[in-house]
Unconditional design. Structure first.
Length: 217
């Protein structure tokens, strides 16, 4: 049962000057779906009330047993590399060709209690890693008309290794970046977005899903 709700679009507060012109100074009342449609059938009915994106297909089940011994050996090597950085908030990104990007930064939780003058509040290691890799991605550095169809999109097929589970914000950023897999060593039970509190990577409403592994020695 999708239910219904009312969406009020307000573009001007009473007594204020119009934001743009008199055309945009009225409030329109419309009936909308009371929640996000979880299935195509519910979406079809909800879209009659208000335009909505189609729900994405749910992620496919991906079991650890499907990993080969070669895969597991590579994962262990990358975890050892992560630990060798000797930083409790280190993150590394492994490209499909094996290129390694290392980044550290503001931890995903508890920073303000440890540091009275923290850096930018979005400066989490995972966010910084995404930013660093994206800076050289054809998706951002090449005009759309000149891109090859084979150009990867930001973190396509990348593996991300983190000492601490990424927060909800960073996990959503990984969805937009199209990361392939995420491995972390410590669960974030306060702001975790990859199983600690929420599981952004397997939300069926999103249009990209990635595999997440909690690595334990």
């Amino acid at each position: 049962n999708m239910g219904t709700g009312v969406l009020e679009v307000v573009v001007e507060r009473a007594g204020e000057e119009p934001l743009v012109s008199d055309v945009f100074t009225k409030v329109r009342r419309a009936t909308v779906c009371g929640g996000f449609p979880e299935t195509p059938e519910v979406w079809k009915e909800a879209a009659k009330l208000w335009p909505l994106s189609k729900p994405a297909n749910p992620p496919k089940e991906f079991l650890v047993e499907n990993l080969t011994e070669e895969d597991l050996a590579g994962i262990r090597r990358n975890v050892d590399l992560l630990k060798s950085l000797d930083d409790p908030h280190a993150v590394i990104g492994i490209s499909p060709s094996g290129e390694v990007t290392r980044v550290t930064g503001m931890p995903a939780s508890g920073y303000r209690t440890l540091h009275p003058t923290p850096p930018h509040p979005m400066s989490h290691p995972t966010y910084n890693l995404t930013t660093a890799i994206s800076a050289t991605s054809p998706a951002l550095t090449t005009p759309a008309r000149k891109r090859e169809r084979t150009d990867q999109y930001l973190l396509t097929d990348y593996d991300l290794y983190a000492m601490e589970e990424p927060c909800v914000m960073c996990c959503m950023g990984l969805v937009h970046s199209r990361v392939g897999r995420v491995f972390y060593l410590t669960r974030n039970t306060v702001f975790g977005g990859a199983g600690g509190v929420h599981s952004i990577h397997e939300d069926p409403r999103l249009n990209h899903h990635y595999h997440v592994y909690h690595y334990r020695d």
